[in-house]
Design a protein. Structure first.
Length: 363
């Protein structure tokens, strides 16, 4: 419990973001001076493993607090209820509640959150390693440096674990049965995975990225023109389980800043759309893994664009944003696209984390 005993709660999140800032700056400086070369393969692996262990322990050993970590308090109450012999009464996301009840019988609530941090972070490490082998450190770092990473490891914990499992499932595309099994498991951890899951199924049968891109562009005027129609439609369909209550309930409006058409977040989403357009359409990058990642991202993000005015629309946005680092950075490690590509990568990682850090500073 070393972290929560020596770090005051108000500074806990800030220390994480500043630590990642240091790692991003060091990575950028190294790329400018030495290119991709980090040293021998063992050294590269040690960097990734060290980052993995730090994130698991720092995130997992944080103090239990609803004030600073949102839904963490709710999970703690569920856990203690199960620990006291309470039965599972919910019918949705059963895998999660079975897992929580099992954990409540063999560990403390503090250890439970360490396990959650492991289940959230380790799949990202494994997926990066699966795709890039020994060169996975920078991709793994960018997944950790993503805008919503910390929030969904400390607040929307169940959703975060589900999306990490989804990414792990995607990384096993060469083993279909294992891939489908992990993705199905992610749905039973949090049923909102039905949105990227539906996009995944679509990507198996239709692969033309130009048409996916056109669909995303079309979603913008449709959202502007039809406004609340999409919110009411998806609410009536019960799409996205507990998230549908955020769509039309104005009680949540004051809990999420600037409810309305979020041009700022649309621009943020568009950075990954542009990256995919550049690599796939302009540069003719034909990597099957990347094309699928892009098609899933664009489809899930288009769904959010239609619902962009909703209170807590960021929770829908996350169902595509969790793939953003992969869409932007994966190609850098697979082919040469730029003169002085390591320097372009350095500028890109600074810009990518720069947005994350800026949002941390202003919220």
């Amino acid at each position: 419990m070393i972290f929560n005993s020596i770090i005051p709660l108000p500074f806990y999140t800030a220390i994480f973001y500043n630590f990642i800032l240091v790692l991003v700056i060091l990575a950028a400086v190294h790329l400018f001076n030495n290119g991709y070369d980090i040293g021998n393969l063992k050294k590269k692996d040690m960097l990734s493993i060290s980052l993995l262990l730090f994130v698991i322990l720092y995130m997992g050993l944080r103090p239990i607090s609803s004030r600073y970590f949102g839904d963490m308090g709710t999970y703690s109450r569920y856990f203690k209820r199960y620990q006291s012999g309470g039965e599972i009464i919910l019918t949705t996301d059963m895998a999660w509640h079975i897992f929580m009840k099992f954990c409540s019988s063999i560990m403390t609530v503090k250890m439970f959150f360490v396990v959650c941090a492991f289940l959230y972070t380790a799949p990202l490490y494994l997926a990066a390693k699966k795709w890039l082998s020994q060169d996975s450190y920078l991709l793994f770092l960018m997944l950790i440096a993503s805008f919503s990473f910390w929030a969904y490891g400390t607040n929307g914990i169940r959703n975060g674990i589900a999306t990490s499992l989804f990414i792990l499932g995607l990384s096993y595309s060469n083993k279909k049965h294992l891939s489908f099994s992990i993705i199905i498991l992610s749905y039973f951890v949090h049923s909102s995975i039905i949105i990227p899951g539906a996009a995944f199924i679509l990507s198996l049968f239709y692969k033309n990225s130009k048409h996916y891109l056109l669909g995303w562009l079309l979603a913008i005027p449709l959202s502007i023109a039809l406004g609340g129609f999409w919110e009411s439609l998806f609410m009536s369909l019960g799409f996205g389980d507990d998230r549908t209550s955020y769509l039309t309930d104005t009680r949540f409006a004051d809990q999420f800043s600037s409810v309305g058409f979020r041009w700022d977040f649309l621009a943020y989403s568009a950075t990954a759309v542009f990256a995919g357009y550049y690599f796939i359409i302009v540069k003719k990058f034909e990597d099957k893994v990347y094309i699928q990642l892009f098609n899933i991202y664009v489809t899930a993000n288009a769904f959010w664009v239609l619902l962009i005015r909703a209170s807590f629309s960021n929770r829908f946005a996350y169902l595509s944003w969790f793939l953003m680092a992969l869409v932007i950075f994966y190609p850098f490690f697979k082919a040469a696209f730029f003169k002085d590509q390591p320097k372009v990568l350095a500028r890109t990682i600074i810009g990518y984390f720069g947005f994350t850090y800026f949002m941390f500073l202003i919220t």
